[in-house]
Write a protein that binds this ligand. Structure first.
Ligand SMILES: Nc1ncnc2c1ncn2[C@@H]1O[C@H](COP(=O)(O)OP(=O)(O)OP(=O)(O)O)[C@@H](O)[C@H]1O
Ligand SMILES: [Mg+2]
Length: 422
């Protein structure tokens, strides 16, 4: 006997009125055509042109066994999607050529925030290349040596994209391993070299200053900077997404323009696309046939301009520091910044309440630097004056461009569902 009055068929049979293809709005979706990133794609092609020819290794190519390119730019500018599209296209290009002078290239995209360690990254790549590769029993150094050996033996090329590379460099041997990967060919004859190329992606505009000098001088100076999209460029990106993912009658140019001008402040395509998708969802929930301005306004409240996973993936200690800052800024609505001392006091208070041992000043300061590196907080050094004379300096802390209430909500939901480490 069916006792439930809740009728699922009503929901399952409900057809979308506005959204034609939900997949088009998923974060993993790679559009075929990346408008306004043609220049960046062609730069990648010209930097990596030399790696596909066998004789470029023998003749020394550009004097390296692989190439490295750094992609730099802030949130949502298409860094990941451009690198992925380039890498997969290059892989296919080499696979489909009958020319025996062209080597096979395998492309790997690794998100260092998710994979978090060289060990995980190297095992993942090795398991793809050698499916029976054992999961345990090797150190990261050994894995790297083995990877180089395999690539050499197979006479193939590897293009590894280390996305959000900053996370990998915080590991104790992070710099050393990157250094070994870039300089592995030293002292080896050209014929014996393994061809491993790298795309390093970072949001940090000062990325190079975090590298140790040896690493910095080893990295080639090929840097591609991604600039924020302009209003017109964002409109074109949105229009393409809308044409693919929404029913033609479900949106208008004016709606796309409205969304574009909201997202224009940051030039962030992710934010624009998510706002379009959420507006379509709101419109559908309200059984409208077309997205209206009110739907966009409503959707805007629920779109957080940074990835939720940035917050949820933070370590419990970093979450506590961020929570302390967010609580202070919420109580001090008239101030954009608070002092380090205030945040530290709040942090101590939160730790005591949650029965966590607060970390010492040096560690606390490192947490703040880490959050700043990830673009979640802004640090501003201010000179202090007393009676017209300089009396030292203090650091002020603020939260970058996103709503404190939304951040608090995310942090508090997260704090209550996971236990903070003691
Ligand atoms: N030129 C473009 N054409 C079409 N879609 C784009 C373009 N640029 C970015 N996008 C879309 O915008 C979203 C964000 O892009 P992507 O993830 O590559 O940004 P990112 O620069 O790597 O950001 P983050 O630093 O946050 O990782 C994705 O959905 C992507 O498909
Ligand atoms: Mg990215």
């Amino acid at each position: 006997m069916d006792r439930s009055k809740f009728d699922l068929t009503k929901y399952f049979n409900k057809t979308h009125t506005i959204i034609k293809d939900e997949q088009i709005f998923e974060p993993t979706y790679i559009p075929e055509c990346l408008v306004h990133r043609e220049k960046e794609l062609s730069l990648l092609a010209s930097y990596f042109k030399s790696i596909i020819h066998k004789n470029s290794i023998k003749s020394g190519g550009l004097g390296k066994s692989g190439k490295q390119v750094i992609i730099q730019g802030s949130v949502g500018l298409g860094k990941t999607v451009v690198a992925k599209q380039f890498g997969f296209t290059l892989e296919n290009y080499c696979r489909n050529r009958s020319d025996e002078n062209i080597i096979r290239i395998s492309f790997f995209h690794m998100n260092c925030r998710r994979q978090r360690s060289w060990y995980l990254i190297l095992t993942t790549i090795l398991q793809h290349l050698v499916p029976a590769f054992p999961i345990r029993g090797f150190s990261a150094d050994e894995l790297l040596t083995y990877l180089i050996k395999i690539v050499k033996e197979r006479n193939q090329g590897l293009l590894i994209c280390l996305d959000e590379i900053d996370y990998l460099l915080t590991e104790s041997k992070g710099h050393d391993l990157l250094y070994s990967l870039i300089r592995h060919h030293e002292g080896v004859s050209q014929y014996e070299q393994a061809q491993i190329s790298l795309i390093l992606i970072t949001r940090n505009p000062h990325f190079q200053t975090f590298l140790d000098p040896a690493l910095l001088s080893s990295l080639s100076s090929s840097v591609i900077s991604f600039e924020p999209y302009t209003c017109n460029q964002l409109f074109d990106i949105l229009l393409k997404r809308a044409q693919q993912g929404l029913n033609e009658r479900g949106y208008s140019d004016d709606i796309l323009k409205a969304i574009t001008s909201i997202a224009n402040k940051s030039g962030d395509a992710r934010y624009a696309i998510e706002l379009l998708w959420r507006s379509a969802k709101v419109a559908e929930q309200q059984e409208a046939q077309q997205i209206e301005f009110e739907h966009v306004r409503k959707a805007q409240i629920s779109v957080f301009p940074i990835k939720h996973s940035f917050i949820t993936d933070l370590s419990p200690q970093l979450k506590s520091v961020l929570l302390s800052l967010a609580l202070l800024l919420k109580c001090n609505k008239d101030r954009a910044f608070v002092t380090t001392k205030e945040v530290r006091e709040k942090y101590n208070e939160i730790c005591t309440k949650s029965q966590i041992k607060p970390r010492k000043q040096t560690q606390f300061w490192m947490y703040l630097q880490e959050l700043a590196k990830q673009g979640l907080v802004e640090l501003e050094v201010q000179n202090l004056h007393h009676k017209g004379k300089s009396s030292g300096r203090t650091t002020l802390i603020g939260i970058s461009d996103f709503p404190v209430n939304e951040l608090l909500h995310l942090l508090e939901v997260n704090q209550s569902s996971s236990h903070i480490s003691r």
